[in-house]
Design a protein. Structure first.
Length: 498
């Protein structure tokens, strides 16, 4: 990052917009840049005015117009950090916009560079071509290691250099320097030592604050999924693909997986289990919340997600019902001024060009809403179709669900249950057993096979309610996707039979 800033300044760029929420860290980096290239660093805020960081000299210029006008009086080879100016660009004042243009035109000839620092990109169209945008990455492991060592030293403990240190740094990856420092310090207070679990808990809370990403703490395993043998085998084959041996072998990191299918058939459960297979943290993206009302906010939200995900990498990114996030990209030009189209384009570019070890698991119910660009080969490693479970899968699901609610599957004729639940999805089977538990509880007894059969006789399955849509989805998936389950050519169309 430092070398990139040095190159821009030496090339004569008069305006740099740095996107970061870490003011102290950015200022420290700019001080290093100024020292390396022989510049003087001035820092401005709306409360402190303009300060010469080399000697603390204060220039009483609180108003943004004052500071922009006063830049002309600064010596050549000056670097000016403008902390709060971005807030005046959200609803731009034409005077400030014109002053910025004039100042940068002169600054280019006097070896001066203006650095606008903001937590998000807020440039009006009039200034978009005037600034180069630099997204200040979250601290890497080495930088977090310095923070960890400082906390350990201040707490009177020796800096750790063992496996526990790696766990602590893994837990802190994706936090800002201040967030990591606070999490480490809280760990010392709560556990009387450095505890990775506490740091991970604080990271989960920090990531969730913006409402876009959520760290899923507990993930099921493939054993919690009934059936889907081909999909499970595909994941298991790649479970070591993020390791060092895979890199030395020359394997590229897996890109991702798109799971298409009928609601309730285990797509989301498989997405969660993927994190367990790869032994990586699972982040869930609420794609619908990316879109915001302010101009440029949606694009910045996506960039913020990408920065966080790449900082936490290697990880698994789960996007549930991805079609709802990008279904409006085609008509975006007439409905939202092109916002959805730009967000979708940015997401596609990142999917294609990313080098970080982020494995994307996306699920979709309605393929008709998926943009064709998303389905092109190369976006995902594989597309799987999940159908209604067959007899063997239903038997496995019954066993899993009965055991999940602390009953013995051997006390039930699961083969018979699998037969009479033909056409039900996995979620419907679970709900049927829950309903049987309620019925048995109200009668003050344990659930019996006849209780479950009675519940099933009253159930109208999704396969009957959405028969036409499911038939259409099966036709679309034929030849376009891989089946998640080994096909049984003797299997009849799955109808409810009682």
């Amino acid at each position: 990052m430092r070398q990139q800033l040095i190159n821009y300044i030496r090339a004569g760029y008069p305006g740099i917009y740095v996107v970061s929420g870490e003011e102290a860290r950015v200022e420290a980096e700019l001080k290093g840049v100024a020292e390396d290239i022989g510049y003087r660093l001035f820092a401005w805020s709306i409360l402190d005015g303009l300060v010469d960081t080399s000697d603390g000299t204060l220039h009483n210029a609180m108003d943004p117009q004052e500071v922009l006008t006063g830049i002309a009086d600064l010596p050549e080879r000056s670097l000016v950090l403008l902390r709060d100016l971005h807030q005046f660009l959200e609803d731009p004042n034409p005077i400030i916009t014109r002053l910025l243009k004039n100042v940068m035109r002169v600054a280019k000839t006097e070896a001066k560079t203006l650095v606008v620092l903001g937590c998000r990109l807020m440039l009006p169209p009039e200034l978009e071509r005037e600034f180069v945008v630099v997204e200040f990455a979250l601290p890497n492991r080495d930088e977090l290691g310095v923070v960890l060592d400082n906390i350990a030293e201040s707490a009177g403990r020796e800096p750790r250099q063992d496996e526990e240190r790696d766990l602590l740094l893994d837990a802190a990856t994706g936090l800002t320097s201040i967030e990591a420092e606070n999490a480490f310090a809280l760990s010392v207070v709560e556990a009387d030592g450095l505890n990775a679990a506490i740091v991970a808990r604080e990271k989960a809370a920090a990531v969730k604050k913006n409402g876009l990403l959520e760290i899923v703490k507990t993930s099921p395993t493939l054993e919690n999924i009934g059936g889907l043998d081909l999909l499970k085998g595909w994941l298991t084959q790649r479970q070591d693909a993020f390791g060092r041996m895979a890199q030395e072998y020359g394997l590229p990191s897996p890109k991702g997986l798109l799971i298409i299918g009928i609601p309730g058939t285990g797509k989301s459960l498989t997405a969660k289990a993927t994190a367990s297979v790869f032994q990586r943290p699972l982040l869930k993206l609420d794609a619908g919340r990316i879109y915001a009302g302010l101009v440029g906010q949606s694009e910045e939200n996506l960039r913020s997600v990408i920065r966080t995900v790449e900082a936490i990498a290697p990880c698994v990114l789960w996007i549930d019902e991805i079609e709802k996030a990008f279904s409006g990209s085609k008509s975006s030009g007439t409905t939202d001024g092109g916002t959805a189209s730009r967000v979708f384009g940015t997401f596609l570019s990142w999917m294609q060009e990313r080098t970080s070890s982020v494995f994307i698991v996306a699920t979709a119910n309605d393929v008709n809403q998926l943009p064709p660009e998303l389905l092109r080969k190369g976006r995902f490693d594989e597309l799987f179709f999940v159908d209604i479970p067959d007899s063997g899968e239903r038997e496995a699901i019954w066993r899993i669900q009965i055991a999940k609610y602390r009953r013995d599957p051997d006390q039930f004729d699961v083969q018979q249950l699998a037969s009479i639940s033909d056409g039900l999805t996995g979620s419907e089977i679970e709900q049927a057993f829950i309903d049987a538990l309620y019925a048995a509880f109200s009668d003050d007894r344990e659930p019996a096979p006849d209780t479950v059969q009675q519940v099933l006789s009253d159930l109208v399955p999704l396969s009957r309610l959405m028969n036409d849509q499911i038939t259409g989805l099966r036709k679309w998936a034929q030849g376009r996707t891989r089946p998640a389950t080994t096909q049984d050519v003797t299997q009849s169309r799955r109808r409810i039979q009682y």
